[in-house]
Design a protein around this ligand. Structure first.
Ligand SMILES: Nc1nc2c(ncn2[C@@H]2O[C@H](COP(=O)(O)OP(=O)(O)OP(=O)(O)O)[C@@H](O)[C@H]2O)c(=O)[nH]1
Length: 301
């Protein structure tokens, strides 16, 4: 049997549908989808098996114009992920077409495209008429010579199998990177932290977009089959702590319940989730935090 294995980077503007596509291809909720933009802060990978190929997905943060230092790290991470990948898939939203952001990514592709397979996936085709789609396909292929174009709806699953099959056959021959039986629990701690962060983001809306981070500190498998998970929510200021806790602890309680329910669903067993809120000032500026969030692709990690 000839096995294949390699890395696939999904790139695109924030909200393009990268997480949704990743979840579909991997078949489990490994990367968190919310309606807010720029939610994918960490490098979260999922692994999909397709025939004899093992596809390791790198879900990059949104590529957007850097503003703060963290944003620059995110952009570097996004391109770093693409530059390390065997195959890159650029996702473009069908109804938005060639935006300024897409233009910038197309320019960036010129630098990393050398000797790499780059596919175009026009996503959200459920939102446009076919004439629009054909026009967009033509325009994009005139600007960049894509190896292949796919028209997909990540949300509805249209075209996703074809894309996954194509990716599988494009990967280099070689041994699998992860033992098949380990795939499911690859980044469990990270997934769990992302679930809590998603619930916080949904609950707090505009109040605290970036200034918090969640880490899973402890994970204990109990004899009765349940899991005890301890997480810390780090905020930047004392004032933020109060917001996360809410009046009489209502916010944190609701977040904890929602996250626990999702974790139980995902793990298919009982979960005891303990959340703590701690202040860690200036974490945005701490370089080592970047690496914990998986943002330093280039440093051999
Ligand atoms: N109509 C439609 N909506 C979609 C489709 N795919 C994704 N979406 C929606 O688009 C929004 C963004 O999807 P995400 O998967 O979070 O996008 P992302 O590219 O990972 O976003 P960032 O994490 O910000 O980089 C969500 O509300 C999805 O439900 C699709 O095929 N059709």
């Amino acid at each position: 049997m000839t096995t294949r294995a390699g890395f696939v980077a999904l790139i695109g503007e924030p909200n393009a549908g990268k997480s949704t596509l990743l979840n579909r291809m991997v078949g489990a909720k490994v990367s968190i989808v919310t309606h807010k933009v720029q939610t994918t802060r960490a490098r979260i990978r999922g692994v999909a098996m397709e025939g004899d190929s093992q596809i390791v997905f790198v879900d990059t943060p949104g590529l957007f114009r850097p503003r703060r230092r963290l944003d620059r790290a995110m952009v570097a991470a996004a391109w770093g992920g693409a530059a390390d990948a065997d195959v890159v898939v650029l996702m473009v939203e069908a109804h938005r077409g060639i935006t300024e952001g897409v233009e910038r990514i197309l320019e960036g592709l010129q630098d990393i495209g050398e000797g790499r397979r780059i596919a175009l996936a026009i996503n959200k085709i459920d939102r446009v008429q076919s004439e629009v789609l054909l026009g967009l396909t033509k325009d994009l292929n005139e600007r960049y010579d894509f190896s292949e174009t796919f028209m997909i709806s990540a949300e509805r699953g249209h075209g996703v199998d074809a894309l996954r099959q194509w990716l599988a056959q494009e990967l280099p021959e070689g041994p699998w990177l992860y033992p098949e039986d380990q795939i499911a629990d690859l980044p469990m701690r990270m997934i769990a932290a992302e679930m809590t962060r998603e619930k916080l983001t949904l609950r707090l809306h505009q109040e605290l977009p970036y200034q918090l981070t969640v880490e899973t500190e402890h994970w204990e498998e109990r004899k009765d089959g349940s899991a005890k998970i301890d997480q810390v929510i780090y905020v930047m200021r004392d004032g933020h702590k109060g917001i996360v806790l809410g009046k009489r602890g209502e916010t944190i309680k609701a977040v904890s319940q929602a996250a626990r329910a999702e974790l139980e669903d995902f793990l298919d067993r009982k979960v005891h989730l303990f959340l703590q809120v701690k202040v860690r000032p200036n974490w945005l500026e701490e370089a080592e935090r970047y690496s914990e969030m998986g943002l330093d692709f280039k440093d051999g990690n």
